[in-house]
Design a protein around this ligand. Structure first.
Ligand code: ADP
Ligand code: MG
Length: 234
């Protein structure tokens, strides 16, 4: 079994000379399939930079990154985009759904260039909506859904390609309390079904759902704790 994430001595420096910012200063991190990890840290600690590296959205200054066993270091832009699309399901703070398009079509979107037949795309999109408990809202437009439901559609869209991990950046940052619980409940369920989840957050409530909490400060991992056993239901 390969780790989903295997990062060593990862560094990222923005700019150079006197004005250089060392956003990551040597990060080592291994995440195994089925883990649910929260990455926490104060503003400016390097969380977004780390997310950009883990998500193959940007390249590190130095260090090594294997994503599901694939070396990310030597890939060009196009290969990086392919790996990203195959391996990672992104969930961002803002939902990025297409407004005047049904929940189902939004979830189907990542499959449009997959070469799959339309009926198969439909089937997979419906299955993903079912996983987030929204089969009965497939025909609804985003404007007809609550914030929590919209974010669950975004989670379904992230799942539909069968990625090696869900990578979420402040996924509940724009949600009220009830919607937050709604989305965290979906993450719990997906993880209990074996999905690997890495969530970047500064909210304790979100981190409490993860089974492992990694704290970042000033570009370094300062603690990495297993807070409960994999598969344990709290
Ligand atoms: P966080 O997400 O934890 O708030 P960031 O990763 O955004 O932290 O930022 C870490 C450090 O890197 C900060 O000092 C920030 O100002 C700096 N930084 C982030 N992105 C850039 C950039 N594109 N250019 C220059 N400095 C940056
Ligand atoms: Mg940030």
């Amino acid at each position: 079994m390969n780790p989903v994430i295997e990062v060593s001595a990862l560094r990222k420096t923005y700019g150079d000379g006197e004005t250089a910012v060392h956003a990551l200063r040597g990060v080592d991190l291994t995440v195994w399939p089925g883990e649910y990890v929260a990455i926490m840290g104060a503003s400016g600690s390097g969380k977004s930079t780390l997310l950009n590296m883990l998500g193959c959205l940007d390249v590190p200054t130095s260090g090594r990154y294997l994503l599901d066993g694939f070396g990310v270091g030597r890939l060009n832009e196009r290969q990086l985009a392919l790996l990203r699309n195959r391996k990672i399901g992104f969930v961002f703070q803002s939902f990025n759904l297409v407004p005047r398009t049904s929940a189902l079509s939004n979830v189907e979107l990542p499959l449009v260039y997959s070469g799959l037949r339309r009926s198969e795309r439909r089937r997979r999109a419906l299955a993903a909506l079912e996983m987030v408990g929204l089969s009965d809202r497939a025909k609804h437009l985003p404007s007809e859904l609550s914030g929590g439901q919209i974010q669950r559609v975004a989670v379904a869209r992230a799942l539909v390609t069968g990625p090696a991990m869900l990578l979420a950046d402040e996924p509940t940052g724009n949600l009220d309390r009830r919607s937050t619980e709604d989305v965290l409940g979906v993450f719990d369920r997906l993880n209990s079904l074996g999905r690997t989840i890495v969530v970047i957050t500064h909210e304790d409530e979100v981190a409490e759902h993860a089974h492992r909490v990694v704290r970042v400060d000033d570009g370094l991992i300062v603690s990495d704790e297993v807070t409960r056993a994999v598969g344990a239901v709290s």
